[in-house]
Design a binder for this molecule. Structure first.
Ligand code: ZN
Length: 283
């Protein structure tokens, strides 16, 4: 199942893609017209929490941002009451579409798997639960999107799924395998736990991890840190706020928002790549 936010898809050939910008030390912002990046996430709201500023910057520089959402987030909490006749799935999809538009997403692809819930929950045994899905089949579907878009880069999660959620770990496996299948450069979203602890731990991931603090990576392990401009941060705040059923207003309205959410962090084994360039050239 998939839906397109925009039917416009620029026609292009592989030959028309510009060569990757070299890391010359120049502060000039790269023009990413003709480039495409596929961003894989587990649940609606993850894209806003972990990669919103990156997606906004990619789109602003001309890249085509393709968001692939693995599940409908069926087991998320409901902070806002459903409207008459509205389903959790429908609400979360509407929130996702609003956030995607705020972040400049050109195409939204839904993999149609079901939220597995946290480790040990019976929901993980549901036949459509993402954590039960075959990694090779799902990676093939992602690879087909990467190939169809002629994307050279895929974003997914670190090998612990940032904080251990079974669906996030599945996203890591699927993303890593699809990158290997296609040759796309892989960036794994994580968080800098040293930074977040130093800032008081108000990031949503602190609660999601059960206050164990067991999430992300130590700062020195993370090679790529993208710091949002004020405009990018505003887009991120709006995208998070669009997920009103999942994210309380207090999480996006406080003075500490910028300190906590301005940065986005990525692991990669590639010395060069689109996010490495972007992180080095803030607007
Ligand atoms: Zn999630």
């Amino acid at each position: 199942m998939s839906s397109a936010l925009s039917a416009s898809r620029p026609a292009r050939t592989a030959a028309s893609r510009p060569a990757r910008t070299a890391l010359t030390g120049s502060p000039a912002a790269p023009d990413l017209s003709g480039r495409a990046v596929v961003v894989l996430h587990a649940h609606p709201d993850d894209e806003a929490i972990f990669t919103a500023a990156t997606m906004r910057r990619l789109a602003d520089r001309g890249a085509r941002v393709v968001l692939v959402m693995a599940t409908g987030g069926e087991l998320g909490e409901q902070l806002a009451p459903l409207r008459p006749g509205e389903s959790v799935h429908g609400r979360r999809l509407a929130e996702l579409e609003a956030a995607a538009e705020l972040l400049g997403v050109s195409r939204l692809v839904l993999l149609g798997r079901r939220d597995s819930g946290m480790m040990g929950w019976p929901s993980a045994r549901h036949p459509r639960a993402l954590a039960r899905g075959r990694t090779d089949r799902l990676a093939r579907r992602l690879a087909e999107v990467i190939d169809a878009e002629r994307a050279d880069t895929v974003l997914h999660y670190d090998d612990r799924g940032i904080y251990g959620h079974p669906d996030h770990v599945a996203v890591h496996r699927i993303g890593a395998l699809a990158a290997a299948m296609t040759g796309a450069v892989s960036y794994e979203a994580t968080v800098d736990r040293d930074h977040l602890r130093g800032r008081g731990g108000t990031h949503l991931i602190d609660a999601a991890s059960g206050h164990t603090g067991d999430y992300g990576r130590a700062g020195y392990e993370i090679p790529v840190r993208l710091s949002a401009t004020d405009a990018e941060l505003a887009a991120k705040r709006a995208a998070m706020a669009a997920h009103a059923s999942q994210i309380a207003p207090a999480a996006v309205g406080g003075d500490g928002f910028a300190d906590t959410y301005r940065h986005e962090w990525y692991l990669t084994s590639h010395a060069r790549g689109i996010l490495t360039e972007l992180a080095a050239t803030p607007s």
